[in-house]
Design a protein around this ligand. Structure first.
Ligand SMILES: [Zn+2]
Length: 119
């Protein structure tokens, strides 16, 4: 499975991003996470799944129930597990995607809430 994933990944030497080169979702479908942005898609057991979520599950671990995978680098096609982190959807919305919010958190990878101490 990892081999299949990596075949569609183009690692950028500058940003460190693993850019997805395979199939992509159509932007603007009104999905919960980043409805206006394209995401990498990969078929797992006949089902289309988000490539970055599959990458996270394969290389980091299971995604806790109710959590979304946030791209720290804001590149929605990126599958580098070092650029991904699990967070609640609420946190993801609170953080936002503005340039200042990215600049604020990229150097230190600050997390707003302690994700591990949820109910
Ligand atoms: Zn990245």
């Amino acid at each position: 499975m990892i081999d299949r994933l990596m075949r569609h990944v183009d690692k950028c030497a500058v940003t460190g991003c693993w850019n997805w080169t395979g199939a992509k979702s159509t932007p603007g479908k009104g999905r919960k996470e980043g409805g206006s942005l394209p995401y990498g898609c990969i078929k797992v057991d006949g089902k289309a799944r988000r490539a970055h979520r599959v990458s996270y599950e394969l290389l980091v671990g299971p995604i806790p129930h109710g959590f979304v995978i946030d791209h720290i680098c804001r590149n929605t096609l990126c599958c580098n597990p070092d650029h991904l982190r699990a967070m609640t959807n609420r946190e993801n919305i609170l953080i936002g995607t503005s340039a200042t919010s990215i600049a604020r958190r990229l150097p230190s990878y600050v997390i707003l809430d302690d994700v591990g101490s949820g109910p």
